[in-house]
Write a protein of this length. Sequence first.
Length: 247
Amino acid sequence: MYDHEKLLKGKLRMNAVICFSPTNQSLQVASYFSNILSWKLYNLTSFHAQTQFDYTVDFQYLVVCFPVYSQNIPLNVENILKKIKAEYFVILATYGKMGKGNVIYEAKNLISGKIIGGAYIPSRHSYKDNGEFLKFSKLNELINRIDKKETNQIIIPKESKNIFANFFPHIRSQLGVKMKKNKNCDECNYCNIICPSNAIHYGQITKKCLRCLKCYYECPNKGLSIKYSIFLRLYLRKDKQEDLIIY
């Protein structure tokens, strides 16, 4: 066990894995790193977990795993990256095989330390069952880099992204996916407990909703209904199989 007081005073340097994972795709990757490295895993998906996390701890090596939303870093993750402290980072971005954006390069400008490794990991799309990531052993290259205590910052290339990717991505997600509670909702408020953005209360959705669909997939009573816009349905018809990219 780590002595919390010594951690705060900088006498111990802790290593850890942090993830944000509404549909559990990033959690699977983060768990792989946590298990192989025997590092503590902090799941900061829920709003409660994000607000209760101790951002004063100064880590040495930190693996951060999160999904790409509309070719951008989720707002929740941006806030986390700005606040966490570590000397060396490995940034892992899972994406639904339909556009990874430029998020690792953008994450570099938010963090306080050096990036010694990164990866774009093709996984199941939040809105489409197009297959999960299963080739975990291919990530061992990054794990070996951590084991060797490498400290050199890598060069992250600036990737191209859709010209509309930065055009109000949060609003575009809300327009693309309509959500509302249905007759099965018994107002247990479990949706609020698991929500990453504190954006749903007793089945009623607010403007803070990310449309990550965690509440939809995990509601014990199937108390929420969703409807995709015609534009989103056309977009999801694309069948891309993009590869794992490791830096």
